[in-house]
Design a binder for this molecule. Structure first.
Ligand code: PLP
Length: 440
């Protein structure tokens, strides 16, 4: 087996990585992951790192869970792939039933239909197209989306258009859909949430342009990739009311927050609000295989059914080669079964509380500006003392056996929901020492 250095040299000669500046890539000494066990990543040189961000927020049960491994293996022996266009299959049907049974309940419509996609961005793309087509098929074309400042909904063009993360948005501006940007309720002004300001801005935007808006899209309770900015449930209540008042759909993007990440199955449950469309991905398969979904309300689905006298087809013209791949659906079914049998949501809520307590001394350090947390979705914002302070803190944590990844100068902690006590202690103590090393 070659060493990390040898693999990195081969990587540098052939690979183009996502969201990566290749001029500095090899200088950052990337980890060459060889295998993984539970919450641990192991590199080709045998070094072990605690996976403190669940391999980009996905591996909610840790790596190598025997039930998910067995489900994928069994599915592989039966049916590897079959198109969802013109045929259907049992894992796809069963997973749809399971997702509908788990869908959030509260103020808003029941979510009764499942449309599959391959990753978070493509679920968002599907939701945007559904929302627009819904408007054309229930009245008239409403070509605008309301998006929130700092939002991140993925990197495909539609998803970028409804994002508000300057870094990812501005480079592609001339290519983007028409949107109405409004303030984020997670913004901090003088250390306080701007929930009321954001609601007022949303109200004003809808008063002005509501008849043009097909959907309002929100990351409920926590804007993740913005740097983990939480907000009050009141914003979601207001967004539901305004969407209803102006005939727009409400989309909750639960790609990051879904499947127990915030201490409940869905972040929407913190507010008791149900959207018309809910996108999910990441933790759906426990991080094993790529899959995502849009959960839709019946009234949305119904608008796509042909009626006598139609002059145009109502079909949703969307879907990919691997839509609802059976291996992915089997992995997701096994993940949902384990989550139910082992009360993973309860474990996640307890882990979040424990992390919150353990992080109190870290939050009190002078170099730490703010610790933001909902469940196990955590951002530790540090003061910039150089160009890449967040990255330097993560690098120092890595020296202590913990793998983390920053969002700018916010260090993200998103461990597996089932992380044990010893590993939780290691996660926080490594961060604590890393903050001391970089920020003094
Ligand atoms: N939506 C949200 C809220 C996300 O956090 C992300 C990814 O971080 C996405 C969409 C995009 O998902 P993916 O990277 O799987 O395309």
């Amino acid at each position: 087996m070659s060493t990390s250095a040898e693999w990195i040299a081969r990587d540098a000669a052939a690979v183009w990585h996502p969201f990566t500046q290749h001029a500095t890539w090899t200088g950052d000494d990337p980890v060459v992951v060889d295998r993984a066990e539970g919450p641990w990543l192991i590199d080709v040189d045998g070094r072990r790192y605690l996976d403190g961000v669940s391999s980009l927020w996905t591996t909610t049960l840790g790596h190598g869970h025997p039930d998910i491994d067995a489900a994928i293996t069994a599915q592989l022996a039966r049916l590897d792939h079959s198109t969802f266009l013109g045929t259907t299959h049992t894992p796809g049907i069963e997973l749809s039933e399971a997702l509908i049974a788990l869908a959030p309940k509260g103020t808003g419509p029941d979510l009764t239909r499942v449309f599959y996609a391959g990753d978070g961005s493509s679920a968002v793309e599907a939701a945007l197209k559904i929302a627009y087509q819904y408007s054309t098929q229930t009245g008239r074309s409403r070509p605008k989306f309301v998006r929130l400042e700092h939002a991140y909904h993925g990197d495909t063009l539609g998803a970028v258009a409804v994002g508000g993360h300057r870094l990812f948005h501005d480079a592609y501006k001339p290519l983007l859909l028409d949107t109405i940007g409004v303030a984020s309720p997670g913004d901090r002004a003088n250390g306080r949430h701007r929930g009321a300001v954001a609601i007022a801005e949303l109200q004003a935007a809808m008063r002005r342009d509501g008849d043009q808006v097909c959907a309002i899209i929100v990351e409920p309770m926590m804007q993740g990739a913005a740097g983990m900015f939480d907000h009050d449930a009141a914003y979601l209540v207001a967004a539901r009311e305004l969407a209803d008042a102006y005939g727009a759909l409400l989309i909750f993007d639960e790609v990051a927050t879904g499947f127990g990440r915030t201490g409940k199955m869905w972040a929407a449950e913190h507010a008791g609000i149900v959207p018309d469309l809910l996108t999910c991905g990441k933790g759906i398969t426990g991080g094993y295989l790529p899959l995502s979904a849009v959960l839709a309300a019946e009234h949305v689905y119904d608008a796509f059914l042909a009626r006598p006298g139609d002059t145009a087809p109502r079909t949703f013209f969307h879907g990919h080669t691997y839509t609802a791949n059976p291996l992915c659906c089997a992995a997701a079914l096994a993940n949902l079964r384990v989550m139910g049998e082992q009360n993973v949501i309860g474990q996640a809520a307890r882990l979040g509380e424990r992390l919150g307590k353990l992080l109190e001394p870290v939050a009190a350090k002078p170099g730490v500006l703010e610790v933001r947390r909902l469940g196990t979705m955590i951002g530790v914002e540090v003061a910039a003392v150089g160009e890449r302070t967040g990255f330097e803190v993560c690098r120092a944590a890595r020296e202590r056996g913990v793998w983390l990844r920053p969002l700018g100068d916010t260090v993200v902690l998103m461990p597996p929901l089932t992380l044990g006590d010893d590993e939780t202690d290691l996660l926080v103590s490594a961060l604590d020492a890393a903050v001391d090393e970089v920020l003094g």
